[in-house]
Design a protein around this ligand. Sequence first.
Ligand SMILES: C[S@@+](CC[C@H](N)C(=O)[O-])C[C@H]1O[C@@H](n2cnc3c(N)ncnc32)[C@H](O)[C@@H]1O
Length: 279
Amino acid sequence: MDTGRKLSPVNSIKKQFSVPCGAPKSKFLSVKRLISPFFRFTKLDLQGIRWRFGCIAFPSAVIAERRSQCSDRLLDLALVLIERTRRTPVPAVLMERGVPEWINRWPGEHYRLLTALVQELAPQRVVEIGTFTGMSSMAITAALPAAGRLTTFDIMHWSEIAKAQGGANSEPTCFRAEDFTTGTVTQVVADLADLRTAQAYAEVLRNAEFIFVDGPKDGVFERRLLDNFRVIGLHAGTLLMFDDIRLLNMVEIWDEIDLPKLDLTGFGHFTGTGLVEWQ
Ligand SMILES: C[S@@+](CC[C@H](N)C(=O)[O-])C[C@H]1O[C@@H](n2cnc3c(N)ncnc32)[C@H](O)[C@@H]1O
């Protein structure tokens, strides 16, 4: 009887690949009938084989579905990036500005990966969401080609963040006021979770060849951001990198992204690094 209820993706896969207990066993029985003469003189437990097959088939179907979401471009890029990141130190300008030593760690941190990725793509336009103290902004700008530009979005001005972060033992920001005079990096104080704001910056977002998403990870913002990207329509091929995809608030959002994607955590940030190819 069709109850009209839609099965969840997991249950529909389970249904396709398992032989449910109590359900008609005709298919299984006919296979059993076919192969049982060969096993007549053994103690092989066909029932056991059936049970085990049921257990194996379900998770492997799920894994197969996830794997199919990667694209050749992302796989090729990942291979090149691993090789490049290995020989790419954090740009000297960051060390000169007193960043903590751990930013050089790789795998584990993602700053070297960011620099390597920008070197590899040589993009003219990059967008970052989540300026904070400018560590990732500097890792990106140091690798941009001569005419390359970074627009970094935050809900706080970099100087306010510096004031809030400043303490006796830490450098409050990587930025200096003069960084914003050359045009290479521009900070925009705006919340892209708001559709009208996203529409106001649609040109900037659409022109970006690479978007680094490192915002609040509050379980709401990133989902809205993705919805807004869909409304304004990013260009096909735009590369996105999501930070912290293994944090609890991000696991489901990352899982829901129905685009070619690759979890690069093992070669990025230990809290999760995900690449997405916009289509
Ligand atoms: C993890 S920090 C970014 C770290 C930075 N990308 C780095 O690697 O140095 C997150 C930043 O997201 C900012 N943020 C919070 N809500 C935001 C929003 N709605 N839009 C943009 N940025 C937001 C916070 O103010 C904070 O500066």
